[in-house]
Design a protein around this ligand. Structure first.
Ligand code: HGY
Ligand code: MN
Ligand code: MN
Length: 414
């Protein structure tokens, strides 16, 4: 049955579900979307996700750490998995991650309409790392890159300090949903649809991007320990103040990232001054480093620049410094055959996609090691993301869904 693609209906359905899930009770209060793994807003969103799938004859299943897949009960596992994540950063945007999950629901709806086998619709747990401090946590755990011991001990909630497995075992997801060993069971391919979160597509006036390489990243914490002292009574030459050391590191990583020939970015997103009072010289400063590039040696160079700047500035002030790598993923080349196939499919539909690299991290980086994986990007307005002002055009989303739907139809017929 090759029914015409209902572009307007798909756009409307994606837009309305993203709008509904963007705020309370599907998000904690405050500006934008805040939805951490296993919290009440998250579980409410998962229940809603499950209901949407049920109407299509699919049942939401959970793997041993809380990754989710909608698939038919008892039938042979889907040949293709599509999806993304439902957790968000703090005060984030409504499209990040949700677009991929909702697109998966639409693809299942289109398959259901023509009575052909649906894709598995997947939502990875804790993609952002906002709840437990580890980005791509669910997909990495599913790939065996985080052990059950890690999840039961070192991976802890940033809010209450309790272990991941405690939160998982107490959530309805682990108690009520049927189990699968892997959300990718039987999958011969994985496709994620996501907003670009940058300005490349918009500046190229392109409405669809097909990703070749996802930039590698490192997340690290630099801890600087000096001596807390009275801000007024302690002469400058007697201080062991870690704050200027942090300042020289921040400037060093910016300078080094800018100097790289391959586009490289470096961000200090967290900065803790302890004890944190205007009239106390901090005794301890901790800053986070997020460094990314499609060239892993450029990431190394920025990390080295941070270490050298820290050691040099710390030594001159009687401060100690310690850099701890939180996690690292190498740059990931995606399956070129699948990317080309999707590019041809889009071109045959009159959509000229931009073949591009992706600066943001995605679970697709982890999945790519297990099955041929593809990442399709749509523009988000002015490249704004991880912000309440994040928005995109539902018609761009519907177009990306139509490309994947056309590709799925061809696969089913082959
Ligand atoms: O940070 C990232 O790249 C993703 O949004 N978690
Ligand atoms: Mn994100
Ligand atoms: Mn995302």
């Amino acid at each position: 049955l090759s029914l015409p693609f209902p572009e307007a209906a798909v756009a409307e359905s994606i837009e309305s579900r993203i709008r509904v899930w963007s705020g309370p009770p599907y998000s904690a209060g405050g500006r934008g979307t805040t939805r951490y793994a296993f919290t009440e807003p998250y579980c409410r969103t998962v229940r809603d996700f499950g209901r949407a799938l049920e109407s299509l004859g699919l049942t939401l299943h959970a793997d041993p750490v809380g990754n989710l897949v909608g698939r038919p009960v008892g039938a042979s596992p889907p040949r293709v998995a599509v999806g993304s994540h439902l957790d968000s950063v703090r005060n984030g945007g409504p499209w990040d991650g949700v677009l991929g999950v909702v697109s998966g629901v639409e693809l299942a709806r289109l398959a259901h309409r023509r009575r052909s086998p649906p894709p598995g619709v997947v939502s990875w747990i804790e993609e952002e790392g906002s709840g437990f401090g580890q980005m791509l946590l669910g997909s990495r755990a599913a790939a065996g890159q985080l052990s059950t011991d890690d999840l039961a001990s070192s991976v802890r909630s940033l809010d209450d300090g309790r272990a991941f497995t405690r939160h998982w075992s107490e959530s309805f997801v682990s108690r009520e949903l049927p189990r699968v060993e892997s959300v990718l069971d039987g999958a011969e391919a994985w496709i994620e649809i996501h907003i670009e979160q940058g300005r490349v597509l918009e500046s190229a006036s392109a409405t669809l991007g097909v990703v070749r390489t996802i930039a590698g990243y490192v997340h690290a914490d630099l801890e600087l320990n000096g001596r807390a002292d009275h801000a007024g009574a302690t002469p400058m030459e007697l201080r062991s103040d870690p704050t200027p050391v942090a300042g020289s590191v921040i400037l060093a990583v910016e300078r080094c990232a800018r100097s790289m020939s391959v586009p490289t970015v470096a961000t200090v997103g967290e900065l803790v001054l302890d004890p944190g009072a205007p009239n106390v010289i901090p005794g301890r400063v901790v800053l986070s480093l997020d460094v990314r590039s499609r060239d892993d040696s450029s990431v190394d160079a920025v990390l080295d620049a941070a270490r050298v700047a820290a050691d040099h500035a710390a030594l001159a002030r009687g401060v100690t410094s310690h850099l701890r790598i939180r996690q690292r993923r190498r740059a990931t080349r995606l399956d070129i055959g699948l990317a080309d196939d999707l590019q041809r499919t889009a071109a045959a539909m009159g959509v000229e996609p931009l073949m591009m690299d992706c600066g943001a991290a995605h679970d697709t980086m982890v999945v790519a090691a297990a099955v041929p994986a593809a990442l399709l990007l749509i523009p988000c307005r002015d490249g704004v993301s991880h912000s309440p002002d994040e928005t995109a055009d539902p018609l761009d989303a519907a177009r990306a869904v139509s490309v994947v739907d056309s590709w799925l139809r061809r696969l089913t017929q082959s």
